[in-house]
Write a protein that binds this ligand. Structure first.
Ligand SMILES: *Cc1c(COP(=O)(O)O)cnc(C)c1O
Length: 399
């Protein structure tokens, strides 16, 4: 079997919901992946930041294998001996009182929205079924019906209605729009501190702090979707820390398992998370011992290997290197830590051909929003590898 055969097979039997590069991966280790032809690549996507710890981190693999040899799933109808520790360690690491464990990022978003609504009715006193949640234009919060109901991207929503009501979009980065959109029925404001899928959009300085202040003043919960930006990616454990902002609810997923399996969580304090009563929420696989053991190991790697600090240091180095490239195509390099967007000039258009050229040179990156190339390598990347990558990127993007 060759690359084209695998692609044909997949395209025959699986929905065409993605636009992958023509590369079929069969192995990964650290920052590297290999395709079925044996060619080696630097992974500069990290599965949309789910691989902050790199591919197959040995400590996480060890925890996974060890747990697989004992018990993998108990359901929450019984307790297991891993989840209590994950819950404690994750709360202690992030500074929140309690969490809800889910599987995918979209489910964490759903849990966050349910939590905000619950608080809105039971604590804020919003009349039944009137709760509103303010969201941002060009957001990405996942693909469930509710997550697409929040979206402002027509392709994500069209022909999938009727959608979930109760959401009000405002422009991202616009503080006045937030203030104007708040009503007595507003339960929460949901935002990504940096919009990843939206094209690595960093809001203006001071935005997060201003948002926090407005939410406090109007008794509105601040919900941060840190599924892509969290767990070290931007150079802090959470991107909101760049402005010393503590959201009321934080959503995490992706790197929470170091790329081993889908694991996600919504974190908050007692006043919100303590409102849940048995039966109000749940998930068969949420908090399963396998996921819990894996997430505990994945979090230990982030802390022990100081991945947030690494992301900050390597991200600065990487962005400096990219900015030094004399390019006729690039309009702007933006991002934080190792979440980097190379924005092409309008007249250059499509980022796809550049991604294909990078692929030929052994770098896997993917376009977001057509004109942005996102570079988000695993946070364990070294200066030497970055030097090599910057050189290759310069041949593709330089004069
Ligand atoms: C990836 C992502 C999600 C959805 O996560 P899934 O695991 O794909 O459901 C939600 N929000 C943000 C910001 C993301 O990047």
């Amino acid at each position: 079997m060759h690359t084209a055969d695998y692609i044909d097979l997949e395209r025959t039997y699986a929905t065409h919901t993605y636009t992958p590069l023509d590369v079929v991966l069969s192995r990964g280790e650290g920052v590297w992946v290999w395709d079925v032809e044996g060619k080696k690549y630097l992974d500069c996507l990290s599965a949309y930041s789910a691989l902050n710890q790199g591919h197959r981190h040995p400590h996480i693999i060890a925890a996974m294998i060890e747990q697989a040899g004992r018990v993998t799933l108990t359901s929450r109808a019984f307790y297991n001996d891993q989840f209590p520790f994950l819950a404690k360690e994750l709360c202690e690491l992030t500074g929140y009182d309690m969490l809800i464990m889910m599987n995918s990022g979209a489910e964490a978003v759903e849990a966050g929205i349910k939590s905000a609504r619950l608080w809105g009715y039971q604590v804020k006193g919003i009349p039944d079924n009137q709760a509103e949640i303010i969201v941002c234009g060009h957001n990405f919060h996942g693909r469930t019906i509710t997550a697409i109901s929040l979206s402002t991207t027509p392709l994500y929503k069209k022909d999938f209605g009727p959608l979930t009501p109760g959401f009000k979009p405002i422009p991202f980065g616009d503080v006045e729009a937030l203030e104007a959109a708040i009503t007595p029925n507003t339960a929460g404001f949901l935002m990504e501190p940096i919009q990843g899928e939206g094209g690595v959009i960093v809001p203006p300085d001071g935005y997060l702090r201003a948002v926090r202040e407005i939410c406090d003043r109007h008794n509105v919960l601040l919900l941060a979707d840190e599924i892509q930006t969290g767990l070290g990616r931007t150079g802090k454990l959470f991107a909101c820390e760049w402005e010393d902002v503590r959201p009321d609810i934080v959503l995490i997923g992706k790197a929470l398992s170091g790329g081993m399996m889908p694991i996600s969580a919504a974190l908050g304090d007692h006043e919100i998370m303590g409102l849940y009563k048995p039966g109000m929420h749940g998930s068969t696989f949420g908090g399963n011992p396998m996921a819990s053991a894996v997430a505990r190991a994945a979090l230990r790697v982030i802390v022990d290997e100081q991945l947030s600090e690494r992301a900050q240091e390597m991200g600065t180095y990487f962005m400096d290197g990219l900015r030094a490239i004399d390019s006729p195509y690039v309009a702007e390099i933006r991002g934080k830590g190792l979440l980097v967007g190379v924005v092409l000039k309008d007249e250059v258009g499509d980022a796809r051909p550049f991604c294909e050229q990078l692929q030929e040179r052994g770098i896997l990156a993917h376009e977001t929003h057509e004109t942005v190339i996102r570079f988000a390598p695993p946070l364990i990347i070294t200066r030497d590898v970055l030097d090599w990558a910057i050189g290759e990127i310069a041949t593709v993007l330089g004069r």
